[in-house]
Design a protein around this ligand. Structure first.
Ligand code: NDP
Ligand code: GDR
Length: 349
């Protein structure tokens, strides 16, 4: 019998890579998707097979982390072996604009799912998408023992989810673990996170479709890894004998300026000629520096990243150049080129 996994957040960056990984391993994959007035499955369309066809292994179900009763009925219906809770309002800057919504999904959503497991009597292994943002103001390097000091409603909500995951493990003996992941990016990264915002702009500037790029704090330090490698680490956390929490990172820190330089340099441009400051992209409280230490994951999971930040920048720039060329046929084809820089219209994203 194939193992069954449920992924919340399957339409997001990580959900799409994780679904690919699990399908490749022969899992039957179930994904929670939100009903929207527009299609929101662009990142997973390439692996979807009509469920009427024989051999379909990917099944999508409407649901929302704010709807506890739905989570109970869904879990009872699927009875998965593994649950990956990746769904969240995941944008730190937006969490200052929508703090209550962020708390409700990124924080309370996790306990709804854990409670739904108990109510539906589902004995699955549970992965919680915890974040380096929980370390916030605590200086690097950060590992599993580093104290939390969140600096945003998002970070605070993730700290809550971290602790309820740990509590359910201790209180009810559940196999529930936290993956504390440092920033990880890819060509599928959401367009308003800083790396993707930069690489999309580089592609558009190189093609003559954009002339300036407005940004916030360029001195922030982040430890950027490659998302496709991080989902392997998530899976490994659920395959070990004992439930434990793990950090996944690359152990190297770079500034936003560094990322700008690697990206622009890759197409022969100087970032300083194009980047402008816009205070709307600043956060009321910033996380200055996140640099992880993945020693525990290396020792106990045999997990190690191979793509470092400079190479990641080049991979993403190349993909965005390709996406721009293929606009109309590529998965990014819903983007209207006139609004290529549309995040300027949205406060602080
Ligand atoms: P994305 O923002 O790309 O994806 C978030 C997913 O959550 C989407 O599928 C989204 O659906 C879904 N979602 C949002 N709100 C709800 C809700 N109320 N109910 C159900 N689904 C919802 O995030 P990533 O893939 O980058 O990250 C995955 C997880 O890992 C997130 O929890 C994030 O906070 C966490 N994380 C990410 C890191 C990173 O660097 N990427 C680092 C550490 C942690 P829709 O497509 O409809 O919007
Ligand atoms: P982060 O990612 O907040 O680390 O959260 P983001 O890419 O949004 O910001 C990284 C750093 O870049 C600075 N920055 C800008 N950021 C954005 N988005 N837009 C800008 O114009 C800009 N200019 C400078 C930010 O101030 C920040 O310091 C991500 C998310 O994926 C979370 O869900 C996840 O938990 C953490 O990574 C680990």
């Amino acid at each position: 019998m194939a193992k069954k996994a449920l992924i919340t957040g399957i339409t997001g960056q990580d959900g799409s890579y994780l679904a690919e990984l699990l399908l490749g391993k022969g899992y039957e994959v179930h994904g929670l998707i939100r009903r929207a007035s527009t299609f929101n499955t662009a990142r997973i369309d390439h692996m979807y097979v009509d469920p009427h066809q024989e051999g379909a292994k990917l099944f999508l179900h409407y649901g929302d982390l704010s709807d506890g009763a739905r989570l109970v009925t869904l879990l009872a219906q699927i009875n998965p072996d593994e649950i990956y809770n990746l769904a969240a309002q995941s944008h730190v800057r937006v969490s200052f604009d929508e703090p209550e919504h962020t708390g409700n999904t990124t924080g309370m959503g996790s306990i709804r799912l854990l409670e739904a497991m108990r109510m539906a009597n589902v004995n699955a292994r549970f992965y919680q998408a915890s974040s380096s943002e929980m370390f916030g103001a605590t200086p690097p390097p950060q590992d599993e023992e580093t104290p939390f000091y969140p600096r945003s409603p998002y970070g605070a909500a993730k700290v809550y989810s971290y602790w309820v995951t740990k509590n359910y493990r201790e209180a009810y003996g559940m196999f529930a673990v936290n993956g504390i992941l440092f920033n990880h990016e890819s060509p599928r990264r959401g367009e308003t996170f800083v790396t993707r915002k930069i690489t999309r702009a580089v592609a558009a500037i190189k093609a003559g479709k954009q002339h300036e790029l407005y940004m916030g704090n360029l001195d922030a330090v982040r430890d950027w890894g490659y998302a496709a490698e991080y989902v392997e680490g998530m899976w490994r956390m659920l395959q070990v004998d004992e439930p434990e929490d793990f950090v996944l990172a690359t152990n190297a820190g770079y500034t936003v300026k560094d990322f700008l330089q690697y990206s622009f340099e890759h197409v022969g441009l100087n970032w300083e000629d194009y980047v402008r400051f816009d205070e709307r992209y600043l956060r009321p409280t910033e996380v200055d520096a996140l640099i992880g230490d993945y020693s525990k994951a290396k020792d106990k999971l045999g997990w190690e990243p191979t793509v470092k930040t400079p190479e990641l920048a080049r991979i993403m720039v190349d993909a965005d150049i390709e996406a721009l060329k293929n606009a109309g046929t590529h998965w990014i084809d819903t983007v209207d080129l006139k609004s290529w820089n549309s995040d300027l219209l949205v406060t602080g994203a």
